[in-house]
Write a protein that binds this ligand. Structure first.
Ligand code: AMP
Length: 314
């Protein structure tokens, strides 16, 4: 694995790889580091769709608002490097802030008000998606991948990136990978390290509530507001959780739907103490295997999840 910290070195390395063999497909996995099995499942998905796998580790200050966890966001460059190498990443891009933003940006990629980036996460974190799109645009220009892999856990991020790729005629194909979960269903997240044992136990109510919606939909309940209320009640039953939002929404527009159908999203952001956790399920696509306490180990869950990723043709 090549570890690289500047855009110039990255371009040189990729040009060499593209010259070395014709038709090389580059698959790109952007992350903020503090890697876990969820991130590594994206590497597995990338490997399915590309010959060269590039991963970036960059905690992007532009997507954090004032008072958010930018300074305490977990960072583990040495552990990440070892995990990325073991997972088969070919090229690890680890720029520092001065490298990607040598000056205050004069241009940002800002989503149109009123559209897909506005609701839910966008409403709670003003400017967040402009920060995400700006760094994704920069990284895509640097890496120029054929394929970029994102996690379904952050479903609104997927929709906003998809909108940018479509509206700006980007040639990169999007691969969306399913969520890797702990045995009790909690989605793996770099932020889970913030949870003390009490908060961690409370957080298990999140997958339980989503699972209840998944089962209700499978049993014929299709009213969006009813499914959302079911999840809200499940969260409320566990003390100490505060839902910023629970939405039953269209996967492309993120508009709430009256009638849910196969492919409709149930997405939420929940605060457990000072930790904010996001999760999403897709109705009609089982997220929890045969039950919440499935016994597979992390690597098995990772393989199972990666096998279900899908490329969106563009
Ligand atoms: P982050 O480092 O949190 O910005 O995440 C980098 C990428 O990993 C994003 O596309 C996330 O959606 C994805 N991701 C995060 N957690 C998981 C998970 N548990 N399973 C699969 N993908 C994930």
């Amino acid at each position: 694995m090549l570890t690289i910290s500047t855009g110039a070195e990255l371009r040189t390395a990729l040009t060499r790889m593209r010259y070395a063999a014709s038709g090389v497909r580059v698959a790109f996995v952007p992350t903020m580091g503090a890697l876990h099995a969820g991130h590594l499942s994206l590497v597995d998905a990338a490997r399915e769709h590309g010959d060269v796998v590039v991963m970036s580790l960059f905690v992007n200050p532009l997507q954090f608002g004032p008072g958010e966890d930018l300074t305490r966001y977990p960072r583990d460059p040495f552990g990440d490097t070892a995990q990325a190498e073991a997972a088969g990443v070919d090229l690890l891009f680890m720029p520092d802030v001065a490298q990607l933003y040598p000056r205050e940006p004069r241009v940002r990629v800002v989503p149109v008000p009123g559209a897909v980036a506005e609701r839910w996460e966008g409403a709670v974190r003003p400017g967040h998606f402009a920060g995400v799109l700006t760094v994704v645009a920069k990284l895509l220009h640097l890496v120029q991948p054929e394929v970029a892999v994102f996690g379904q856990k952050d479903a609104q991020q997927v929709a906003v990136v998809r909108a940018m790729l479509t509206d700006l005629d980007w040639p990169t194909a999007l691969v969306v990978a399913p969520t890797v979960r702990e045995a009790d269903g909690l989605a793996l997240s770099s932020r889970n390290v913030y949870l003390d044992p009490t908060a961690r136990a409370r957080a298990a109510a999140i997958p339980r509530a989503l699972h209840a919606a998944e089962r209700a939909f499978a049993d014929g309940e299709a009213q969006g507001p009813v499914l959302a209320a079911l999840v809200e009640r499940g969260l409320a039953r566990e003390g100490g959780l505060h839902a910023d939002y629970v939405a039953v929404a269209d996967p492309d527009t993120l508009d709430p739907v009256e009638r849910a159908e196969q492919g409709t999203l149930v997405l939420l952001a929940v605060r457990v103490g000072t930790t904010r956790l996001l999760d999403t399920i897709t109705l009609g696509v089982p997220a929890f295997g045969t039950g919440l306490a499935f016994g597979a180990n992390g690597a098995d869950r990772r393989r199972a999840a990666a096998g279900a990723s899908g490329v969106e043709s563009r």
